[in-house]
Design a protein around this ligand. Structure first.
Ligand code: GUN
Length: 289
């Protein structure tokens, strides 16, 4: 058996179409164009590429995009002041501080991220949004796990009553993924680096999500026949070669459906950032009308 390929571009296209419709509605109902501000500090080459992609995607779809580039040596207070300005800026509905921050700011990362207004926190990293997700209130949800869930929904994959296993417990992917699957009535197990008998657990999964950061970590013997396998890993193994956390060639022979890397859930992350920016604008407009 060869698994059905869940291609990111198909689902990203569908999500962007909905975003376009919501942009039109916001324009006619409130007369606004949502705005996203992305702050990048320093010269990290990968971050520069990610930020440029975000900017281009906003422009293509019709979201106002402001990229603020700060020098590597920028101080914490200067960055906090910039965030405060954006929190008050009526043209801006979403704020994203690109991670990682330079080394001298690492110990202030929490303070910096938490200074973003929860209403404009399109990363969904603020404790207010994390808490709302945990208790099932409407919130801004981290883009990568939200993209995985949207993909499952758009592909018509049933989550209700299914066994889901998430490998990885990060705040950005594993933990929000747990809440999102649980909210859709899956029975969810979160595994991590201290988990015993990992393969025994993963091989019970109807839906298996890998967010480990290790190339080829999920092997064929860890996957139940017919399972849906979502690969969140992006691992650079050579200059121009990206692979996921799943041994794709072997696992596609047992899985029922599988996401490739590249070309899988990564493409949904930016689509969900656009979605979150529009959602933030909708919530801001509703709360002030
Ligand atoms: N750097 C890599 N991924 C992300 C992300 O999702 N959000 C932010 N803010 N920085 C990142």
């Amino acid at each position: 058996m060869t698994a059905k390929l869940l291609e990111g571009k198909v689902f990203a296209g569908q999500i962007k179409e909905t975003v376009r419709q919501e942009l039109t509605a916001l324009k006619s109902e409130y007369g606004i164009t949502p705005g996203l501000a992305v702050i990048i500090v320093g010269e990290n080459p990968a971050s520069r590429v990610y930020v440029a992609n975000k900017h281009r995607s906003c422009e293509e779809i019709g979201i106002y995009s402001k990229v603020i580039t700060l020098a590597e040596h920028t101080g914490k207070d200067e960055l906090l002041a910039e965030i405060m300005r954006l929190n008050l800026d009526e043209r801006i509905h979403g704020i994203l501080v690109q991670l990682p921050l330079p080394d001298h700011m690492k110990n202030a990362e929490k303070e910096i991220m938490n200074s973003i207004s929860p209403a404009k926190d399109v990363d969904g990293f603020h404790p207010v949004n994390v808490g709302k997700l945990a208790i099932g209130e409407e919130s801004l949800v981290p883009c990568t796990p939200y993209g995985c869930i949207k993909m499952l929904e758009l592909a018509g994959i049933e989550m209700n009553g299914k066994r889901a296993v998430v490998i990885g417990r990060s705040n950005i992917v594993g933990k929000p993924m747990f809440h999102l699957l649980l909210a859709r009535n899956a029975t969810v197990t979160v595994c991590h680096s201290r988990t015993h008998n990992l393969a025994e657990i993963t091989s019970q999964a109807d839906i298996l999500v890998a967010a480990v950061g290790k190339p080829g970590f999920v092997t064929k013997d860890m996957v139940k026949s017919g399972a849906v396998v979502i690969d969140v890993g992006i691992n650079r193994i050579a200059e121009k070669k990206l692979v996921g956390d799943v041994d794709f060639q072997a696992v596609k022979e047992v899985a029922g459906a599988i996401t490739p890397v590249p070309g899988g859930v990564g493409l949904l992350t930016i689509a969900m950032l656009l979605h979150n920016t529009v959602k933030a604008a909708q919530m801001i407009c509703k709360s002030s009308s």
